[in-house]
Design a protein around this ligand. Structure first.
Ligand code: URP
Ligand code: ZN
Ligand code: ZN
Ligand code: ZN
Length: 455
């Protein structure tokens, strides 16, 4: 064997047990108690947890947005991912008017492949159907390995928004072709009206980013997207869900038997809207904004019940000088935060503190993302699966600070937050890419993950 990890406690979404893991050619070859095999490398994981690497299904690396480009390249973003136990990163390739779907993804793939330090997959964000002709390309996109598309229900002036008619057409065609439609749900008209109102009254601080997009602005769009998914009987995945009413709508739709999924992010599970009153409030500006405590607790409850299935980061960092563009006008703050290195450690720490089980942390960060998005060789520790493995020390405390992070962003909203337990090693297809605080991987190692469609 290339590598044998001995005596660790294996945690999957379903099970927890002590065993050895033997790895050969990037795959898990054998799994069992006291395996009688020799390994070129042997790691003792006694007292440690052995987990599947996390799958972050929502990132924006090198994304042109907010008048600039998000601060992490494919190299920096996937390096930071590796150091936080994330072994597969899904990026959003944004279609520009006139571009085809596969063309859009291929361009981003060409940028990503020489740089990726862990495996990389893509969703395509569709912004324009080219009079309907783009619908004819859905099957080709599925064959190419990209069976999930996103619709932004906002960002009109950025040229990314789709209207309800377009969303409905995409949902219908998605159902037919085995595609899952993702939505960023907020109501653009309400936001515009509220922004104009606050700016006209000289209300320009980051708090008014929250005030212009409060709970009901997001909830309305959640209801609307769910309405169309139900009416067309098409599967729907709501990204970065951040409000209680939306979580209730997802729960209700699922109880009625509809295939509606929801993702939330660590920033919505940890912080509340009060952060926008802080001196560094602009660093927390993301859309949808972080909501009140009632929403935060509802998100945890929905996660525990299984009504929210995934946790992902929406990693989209901007440097301090870029965030500063909005010092005197919150609308000029580029939207997004860094989180790719923090998600799995944060969720595992929550498990360590008893907020959820370790199995649940694995389920929402790895097993469910793999299942929902067709990564058939990932999301678990079992024979035949990719050897994407995290060794986690439940006794090691870690206080997050910018100098310990591996992103190119010059600050972190997680500064000073102490986590209980932390990853000590990350393996990507059997290769050690993170070792006790240090990145040990290499650009170009990460492979494009060709995903399976839903048919
Ligand atoms: O504020 C955010 N979330 N920026 C990234 C783009 C998006 O909406 O996901
Ligand atoms: Zn979004
Ligand atoms: Zn996003
Ligand atoms: Zn502790």
């Amino acid at each position: 064997m290339d590598l044998v990890i001995k005596n660790g406690t294996i945690v999957t979404a379903a099970e927890t047990y002590v065993a050895d893991v033997a790895i050969k050619d990037g795959k898990i070859a054998m799994l069992g108690k006291n395996l009688d095999v020799t390994g070129e490398k042997v790691v003792d994981a006694s007292g440690k947890l052995v987990l599947p690497g996390a799958i972050d299904v929502h990132t924006h690396l090198a994304m042109p947005f907010g008048g600039t480009v998000s601060a992490d390249s494919y190299l920096a973003g996937t390096r930071a991912a590796a150091c936080g136990g994330t072994t597969t990163v899904f990026d959003y390739a944004i279609q520009r008017k006139g571009q085809g779907i596969v063309e859009t993804v291929e361009a981003r793939r060409a940028m990503a492949e020489p740089e990726a330090c862990v495996d990389i997959a893509f969703h395509c964000a569709i912004t324009d159907l080219a009079g309907g002709s783009l619908l004819e390309e859905f099957e080709a996109a599925v064959s190419y390995g990209v069976p999930s598309f996103k619709c932004f229900m906002v960002y009109k002036k950025e040229g990314m928004m789709v209207d309800d008619g377009t969303l409905a057409q995409i949902l219908l065609k998605s159902k037919e072709t085995g595609v899952l439609t993702n939505v960023h749900a907020e109501n653009p008209d309400l936001i515009d009206i509220r922004i104009a109102e606050y700016l006209s009254r000289g209300k320009t601080s980051p708090w008014y980013h929250y005030m212009s997009r409060p709970e009901f602005v997001e909830a309305e769009a959640d209801h609307r997207a769910i309405h169309w998914a139900k009416a067309l009987n098409a599967p729907l995945y709501i990204v970065h869900l951040a409000n209680r009413e939306g979580a209730e709508a997802v729960t209700k739709a699922r109880d009625q038997g509809y295939e509606v999924y929801a993702e939330t992010c660590p920033q919505y599970l940890h912080f509340t809207k009060e952060v926008y009153k802080r001196e560094d409030g602009r660093n927390f500006v993301c859309s949808p904004p972080i909501k009140g405590e009632e929403s935060r607790e509802a998100l945890w409850a929905a996660l525990r019940r299984g009504d929210i299935q995934t946790v992902a980061t929406d990693h989209c960092p901007f440097q301090s000088y870029e965030k500063d563009w909005g010092k005197d006008d919150f609308t000029k703050i580029p939207n997004g935060c860094a989180g790719i290195e923090n998600m799995y450690p944060y969720m595992l720490s929550a498990a360590n503190e008893g907020k959820i089980t370790f199995n649940k942390a694995v389920e929402v960060c790895s097993a469910n993302p793999a299942k929902i998005f067709g990564c058939t060789e990932k999301g678990t520790v079992s024979p035949g699966a990719d050897a994407d493995i995290v060794i986690y020390d439940p006794e090691k405390d870690f206080t997050i600070s910018r100098d310990k992070m591996h992103s190119d962003c010059d600050h972190t909203i997680w500064e000073g937050v102490t986590l209980h337990g932390y990853p000590v090693q990350t393996y990507s297809r059997g290769k050690l890419v993170y070792d006790n605080g240090n990145f040990t991987g290499e650009p170009g190692w990460g492979k494009f993950v060709k995903r399976a469609g839903r048919k």
